[in-house]
Design a binder for this molecule. Structure first.
Ligand code: C2E
Ligand code: CA
Ligand code: CA
Length: 694
């Protein structure tokens, strides 16, 4: 406590000096206060001395008592005055403390203010320095920009808010051929943009004027020589210090060459190189929108999957150049005349697709596909040589059979496999059973494979009679594949399939072996020997493998197994014409008689007939089937027989079922006949009996 008091006094003394600037009224007030205390002290002391002695005299007349009281009175005075001083000092110290606290706070505030002020001054200094640097940078920046605009190998142009060119850099001059003076001050759209790009550019300029950033826009830009460049443009809006738009800075890269390259690459990516037709990628790319377009228009669409018959063999036997030529020919047929309703694609190999749209009904797709197949079937000349081709086609409809282009393609492909399995030169329309049929194909493959491995086939023989005598002159060997339930899988079903799955050579080997052993048994038993004709797949003729196969089996006139003739279909002989002639001649030289089968269904041209080394022709049974109903058909039949006769070839009529047909054939001059009327194909034992009988 005394320490605090002393500190208070000291403070008060020091404060006094510092507080010289305090208001004088307060100082005076303090002085008056002190004076008042002294006066009170004096008055009190004086009164006390006067009154207390007097009172003491009255109260204590005894000098001894008086003296004691005198002592008490002295003590009392000291205590009382000390108490009064204490109160006065307490009050003053309190007031003193309060004011010194205020002074301390004022002091602190002052110090803070000084600090802030100094900091602000430093900041100001720094800013001033920065401004100097900025000014310098700005100047350098402007120099750099000018330099850049002048020398940058980039198209740079400034366009004002009025759309007039303000700056045009030397590179832009070199690129376009325009001098800066020729375009500055002109409206950019008229001066530099081709008419078709102006509307779009106008809209973009309006956007820019609202402060929008327009980046990476491709634009054609005119050149002085009347051409156009392709530029990739970036636009930045230029502002003044107040944020007002001054114009637009346009920076452009020349992408003319790059774009040309891209277009070329795109063309390559989307085009088949051999034929120039769009490819599978293109089909997948644009197919969906073509389908959707047809659907929106309430029309049908379809996909026709086409594939050349025997193309693999043509390629292998005639060479790839011929194969390529055929593919180009086919592409030409599909692509010309261009028809927006039938867009052709080449998927690869000999797989082609026609995407049909805008069709009134599904029948229309069928008609288009059939007419295409007919066009493909027409012979054509190349390098002075005559060529023939045929194709098979599968059709699937949108949206009936599929909802996507991929599915449509798959289903059309399934239909195509079906068409192929039914024979060549056919059209098949997809149906949901075809999915199942691919399972059937698998099963068929297994059954054929097993029959090849275990000799599971059977051979039946159908008699061919000479019309004039009714005697059996020969047999046609017809293969049978038991279906395991007491019936047969017809050869028309599994032979084309086996041709495609590489099983035809072992099947043929089995048939040769079966016929040879039948012949040798007839020989051993001394039964009249007649020629037996064997059907040879066109594939084996076209690739020449029939020669090795038959030679190796000892067939032919010079071999251990004689008296076999070969039936070759007209179509197979004609497709690879020159090659087939060579193979047939070789076979003939080996001692085989050659019979042209199914005559009348293919090309039936006199040229072929003259050139082909054949000994007999067999008129297709389809020719005879409805002969009774049509006089015209009869005339055709007679003419065909006549044609063969002119070539010196005897004719076998196939499929004779009725007496009327027989009568007609006799009258037409056919030498031989074959059909249910004379006898169905029968197993070996019955065939033997027939021979013995006739
Ligand atoms: P294709 O060479 O035209 O054989 C004649 C077909 O006509 C045989 O059918 C025969 O049974 C049938 N046919 C004969 N007369 C009549 C008749 O009066 N009316 C009717 N409706 N049909 C008659 P198949 O045996 O079903 O043979 C069908 C085809 O399978 C043959 O046609 C032939 O191209 C092929 N094929 C048969 N066996 C063999 C073979 O061993 N090898 C090869 N590569 N193909 C064979
Ligand atoms: Ca035949
Ligand atoms: Ca036939």
């Amino acid at each position: 406590m005394p320490k605090r008091l002393i500190r208070g006094f000291m403070n008060r003394i020091t404060q006094r000096g510092r507080a010289a600037d305090r208001p004088p009224s307060r100082d005076r007030l303090a002085r008056a206060d002190s004076l008042r205390v002294i006066v009170v002290y004096f008055v009190m002391g004086f009164a006390w001395i006067l009154l207390s002695d007097r009172l003491l005299e009255v109260m204590a007349p005894d000098p001894q008592v008086y003296q004691r009281f005198q002592l008490y009175k002295g003590w009392f005075y000291i205590v009382a005055s000390a108490f009064v001083f204490y109160l006065i000092l307490l009050r003053n110290f309190r007031a003193l403390r309060g004011s010194s606290e205020t002074i301390r706070r004022d002091n602190e505030r002052l110090e803070r203010m000084v600090r802030d002020l100094t900091a602000a001054r430093h900041e100001l200094d720094r800013e001033k320095e920065a401004q100097v640097v900025l000014g310098e940078n700005l100047r350098q920046g402007r120099d750099l920009l000018d330099n850049l605009i002048l020398n940058a190998p980039t198209f740079i142009m400034v366009v004002g808010t009025d759309g007039l060119v303000q700056q045009f850099n030397p590179f832009a001059e070199a690129l376009t051929g325009f001098r800066a003076a020729e375009v500055i001050g002109l409206p950019v759209r008229e001066a530099l943009l081709p008419p078709e790009a102006r509307a779009q550019a106008g809209a973009r300029f309006a956007d820019l004027m609202t402060g929008a950033r327009v980046q990476a826009v491709e634009m054609p830009v005119l050149t002085k020589d009347g051409g156009a460049l392709r530029l990739l443009l970036n636009h930045s809006v230029l502002y003044n210090g107040k944020g007002q738009i001054l114009g637009v800075l346009v920076i452009g890269a020349n992408i003319t060459e790059r774009q040309r390259m891209e277009e070329r690459l795109l063309g390559l990516a989307y085009r088949d190189r051999l034929t120039g037709l769009p490819n599978l990628a293109r089909l997948f790319d644009e197919g969906p929108s073509i389908l959707r377009g047809a659907e929106l228009a309430g029309r049908k669409a379809a996909l026709c999957y086409l594939d050349l018959d025997n193309f693999k063999h043509i390629n292998e036997t005639l060479g790839h150049d011929t194969g390529d030529m055929m593919l180009r020919h086919l592409a030409g047929l599909l692509g010309a005349p261009p028809d927006a309703r039938a867009v052709p694609y080449r998927l690869g190999g000999d797989d082609f697709v026609l995407l049909l749209s805008d069709l009134a009904d599904t029948g229309e797709a069928g008609r288009i596909a059939e007419s295409v197949l007919r066009r493909i079937g027409a012979p054509w000349r190349h390098d002075g040589k005559l060529f023939h081709a045929s194709a098979s086609a599968g059709l699937a409809f949108y949206p009936d059979h599929a909802s996507t282009i991929q599915q449509l393609l798959q289903n059309a492909d399934a239909a195509l496999s079906h068409a192929k399995a039914r024979g060549r030169n056919t059209l098949a329309v997809y149906d949901s059973a075809m999915r199942e049929s691919s399972w059937n194909h698998l099963r068929l493959h297994g059954a054929v494979q097993e029959a090849i491995a275990n000799g599971g086939f059977e051979m039946h023989y159908q008699p061919v009679v000479r019309m004039s005598t009714g005697r059996v002159e020969s047999f046609e060997a017809l293969i049978r594949l038991p279906d395991g339930r007491g019936g047969w899988i017809p050869p028309s079903e599994f032979i084309p399939f086996a041709e495609n799955s590489g099983q035809i050579a072992p099947i043929t080997a089995w048939t040769v072996q079966a016929v040879c052993s039948f012949k040798s048994r007839l020989h051993e038993e001394g039964i009249r020997e007649v020629p037996i004709t064997l059907n040879i797949s066109g594939r084996l003729i076209m690739d020449g493998s029939a020669i090795e196969l038959l030679d190796g089996m000892g067939a032919g006139a010079g071999g251990t197994c004689r008296g076999i003739d070969l039936e070759v279909t007209e179509t197979a002989a004609v497709i690879a014409f020159d090659r087939s002639i060579a193979v047939l001649e070789k076979l003939k030289a080996m001692g085989f008689g050659i019979l042209l089968d199914d005559f009348g269904t293919g090309y039936s041209s006199i040229t072929y007939l003259r050139k082909l080394p054949v000994d007999k022709v067999k008129l297709d049974r389809g020719f005879l089937a409805d002969i009774e109903a049509s006089d015209r058909q009869k005339q055709v039949y007679r003419a065909t027989v006549g044609l063969a006769h002119i070539m010196g070839l005897p004719v076998v009529a196939e499929g004779v079922e009725t007496e009327a047909q027989k009568a007609f054939l006799e009258e037409s001059g056919c030498e031989y006949a074959q059909g249910f009327l004379y006898g169905r194909p029968v197993p070996e034992k019955e065939a033997r009996a027939l021979l013995i009988r006739s």
